[in-house]
Design a protein around this ligand. Sequence first.
Ligand code: DOR
Ligand code: ZN
Length: 341
Amino acid sequence: MKNELILNKPDDMHLHLREGEILGFVLKDTASQFARAIVMPNLNTPVTTVALAKSYYHVIKGYGYNFEPLMTLYLTNSLSKEEIKKAKESEIIHGIKLYPSGVTTNSKSGISSIDSCFNLFEEMEKNDLPLLVHGEVSDPKVDIFDREKMFIDKYLTRICKNFPSLRIVFEHISTKDSVEFVMNASSMVAATITPQHAMLSRNDLLSGGIKPHNYCLPILKREIHQKAILEAAISGNSKFFLGTDSAPHLKSEKESSCGCAGVYSARTAIELYAEIFDKNDSLGKLSDFSSKFGADFYGLPRNQDKIRLIRKDHEIPHQLEFKNNHITPFLAGQTIHWQIS
Ligand code: DOR
Ligand code: ZN
């Protein structure tokens, strides 16, 4: 039995760092494990321009961690082709994030007509700037469990067909259909996998009492989907790589009559993935998933620094103090068996 694990420093290819005081709090957790992260642009004022992305980048760098934020732009219908070119030239922007309007937290400035963005996809393809998709339709009439599959059928298939050289990351996939879609797509299409979608099914959200801290979007699905996500993560297929979607909300905003979507996993992120891979006899494949496939897809150099994990039981805290409130970490109170050392 392996008791120690040395990994090249991993990258988190999907992360919410937020802004203001909470940024310092969550950045510390991520920077202690990861070399880089793709930073989501869904701030209260979305990061819609290169200038906003640059200023956000400098705020993050200002904390002084040995950590590189990989910035993204928030796609709106008013994004210009010029701005896409500027984003590519900036060298700090690594993707453009498509949120269907209303689909999730801070997405109201997102896209209400995806078809009207095709000219922008063309420009992104020309500039080789990846499209990152929150792949769910936002039509409130569509059943929440079907929104991801419908996004594939209505939009993603067509986007891939029309823009064969556009790199696309299908973010935080949650269904077997998405796994199959990505596997059958060209090498330009990849997906991120979160700990919660690999570990939990909708029973962990809804059975025996509602668990607001397991509520995220895309919503957890049936066990058959969770198993497919898990299999994809440990498959060794380079199209699937680590992206936590760690998304902090205050405890009071999660435990509410209208609770926010988001799971805060950053405190123990790499340990959670070690737990997943170990439990499925695949520890040997973790390093590629966490530290190689994502970097390769984004055309970034692989990290050379190392981190060390040891087999050691520890309990995830019930809550983390933040100002006069708390943040409840993913799997609060549960014991995991790997610890960063
Ligand atoms: O659960 C989620 N939380 N899913 C998202 O797409 C957004 C995120 C957030 O920003 O809170
Ligand atoms: Zn996200």
